[in-house]
Write a protein of this length. Structure first.
Length: 510
């Protein structure tokens, strides 16, 4: 086990984050001194931490001896001067640059010259926080996630003047705390909040275009990709007074980079106090803490659908052979001519293009044309997604819905969209992650670790790109950029070059 590099750790700020850091530091063997400007808060925080340990004793997860040993390491102090003996100071105060700068300027005069100063900032520049210090080389970012005992990743952030040895000591301390450290450069959002920009913002764009409602988007991304929570469930859980300011902060800090563009939907709901679970209403209403999600539309049956026409599949369809096999398994009558008959369902499966564009380019009758998302192989998904175009006939839509639901797998029917839902969200996530690597913000390995541990994705974003093919992700992005004319979808050079030569997105240049 790594030796703990810090004997005395001072925690400034005793909210949930400060308490969590204090708890884990004590468990790692450090003597922990807590200070809060609010009277009695430090003592109350220690009492709360002790209760946490007593609950663990009651569940048999730790012994009374362990709990007693850890409790003996916690001390409340009544002034900043009481932290003078600490060789590590971690601040977890209000997320305001002037407040953090002022605090560290005071601490620099109190602690020893070789003491490490660390900020738990989630969005402020570490370089800016340390700009007024006499010794900025000893300041680094040390960003934990709530709840600290459960979220086992911590970002160690080097400012422009940070001594690399400081980051090494913080990483070693994180390991002693049972956490996995990831090294990040001092850029907006660091790793996790930067990499997480694609999931929610692209889902919001989908809803804003009238393609699908909140519940349908959540269902699709849970069932097709394997996310534990849909983007709207997730934003309701974290609350918009937390998530929307992060969207705006990263967007503005990157000088209005289109990839991070926020949505008027969240701005409006934030202004209206519809923050999520904690206010009882967000994207969904909550009764006794349970989301009131609209029921999923059922697949049409007779007499709405009295027969299913034959199906003709575009020769340009993604996974065409697999799609033919699926249709056979579902008992469809398949047409194999060079063009569809006047009565056929005309099925396309584009990557990145919308159904309207494909119908026009391939000279298909739009009234009988609809699309199916085949980015992810059907056997690996728990849901199928069909998309109509503005001219698709209702009877064709209903017949296709009934056909693809024959084996009991849920089917979502959405309006026309370049990239359906899954394609555009996955491609956006992969593209942003690729650009994080392109900018040298962190290593590909640390990116994957940070995202899987910090965001709970089913796999890292680069692994996601490899899983469904960098060339496919590139095709989705290029075609979406054509459909929408938005530089938001321009591919990162990291993705474009590796996709062009068939190289893994996890490959790091020598």
């Amino acid at each position: 086990m790594t030796s703990n590099p810090f004997s005395f750790v001072g925690i400034i700020g005793t909210g949930a984050m400060g308490q969590g850091i204090a708890q884990m530091a004590a468990q790692a063997g450090s003597n922990v001194l807590l200070f809060d400007a609010k009277p009695n808060s430090a003592g109350e925080a220690i009492d709360h931490i002790k209760q946490q340990w007593l609950r663990l004793v009651g569940k048999g997860r730790i012994t009374e001896s362990q709990a007693g040993d850890w409790q003996a390491r916690l001390t409340a102090v009544s002034s900043l001067e009481g932290l003078a003996q600490c060789d590590l100071i971690v601040e977890a105060i209000v997320e305001r640059l002037d407040a953090k700068q002022s605090l560290f300027a005071q601490m620099e005069r109190i602690v020893a010259t070789d003491a490490v100063l660390a900020s738990n900032t989630s969005s402020l520049s570490v370089t800016a926080i340390g700009a007024a210090l006499q010794h900025p080389q000893r300041l680094a970012g040390f960003h934990f996630f709530n709840p600290v005992p459960l979220m086992k990743v911590v970002e160690v952030i080097a400012g422009l003047r940070t001594d690399p040895a400081v980051c090494e000591r913080l990483a070693a301390h994180a390991r002693c705390m049972g956490h996995t450290p990831v090294q990040a450069q001092d850029t907006p959002g660091f790793i996790v909040n930067h990499a997480g920009r694609g999931y929610g913002t692209e889902a919001l764009r989908i809803v804003s275009e009238g393609i699908a409602d909140f519940a349908t988007v959540d269902r699709i991304l849970r069932d097709q990709v394997g996310f534990k929570l849909g983007p709207f469930e997730l934003m309701d859980l974290t609350a918009l007074d937390v998530s929307h300011p992060v969207m705006e902060s990263v967007y503005h800090q990157y000088f209005e980079e289109p990839r991070y563009r926020p949505s008027v939907i969240t701005a409006q709901r934030l202004a209206g106090g519809m923050l999520g679970r904690k206010t009882g209403e967000g994207f969904f209403r909550y009764a006794d803490g349970v989301a009131q999600v609209p029921a999923e539309p059922v697949a049409p049956v007779a007499p709405v659908v009295d027969h299913i026409p034959p199906v003709w599949v575009s020769p340009r369809a993604a996974r065409r052979a697999e799609l033919y096999q699926l249709l056979k398994d579902l008992g469809a009558q398949i047409e194999t001519g060079t063009s569809p008959s006047p009565n056929a369902i005309t099925l396309v499966a584009p990557l990145g293009f919308d159904i309207t564009t494909v119908a026009v380019v391939e000279r298909l009758d739009p009234a009988r044309t609809l699309g199916i998302d085949m980015l992810v192989e059907d056997a690996a998904t728990r849901r199928r997604v069909l998309a109509t175009n503005p001219a698709t006939r209702v009877d064709i839509r209903n017949a296709a819905h009934a056909l693809f639901a024959r084996d009991g797998k849920p089917v979502s029917v959405i309006r026309d969209s370049g990239g359906f839902v899954t394609q555009r969200v996955v491609a956006t996530i992969v593209n942003i992650a690729s650009d994080i690597c392109q900018q040298g913000i962190c290593s590909p390995a640390d990116l994957e670790t940070a995202v899987t541990l910090g965001l709970g994705y089913p796999m890292g974003p680069l692994a996601m790109g490899n899983r469904w093919g960098p060339t496919n992700i590139l095709e989705v992005l290029f075609n979406m950029q054509t459909v929408y004319g938005d530089t938001r979808y321009r591919p990162s050079p990291w993705l474009r070059r590796r996709g062009a030569i068939g190289l893994s997105l996890l490959h790091e240049e020598e």
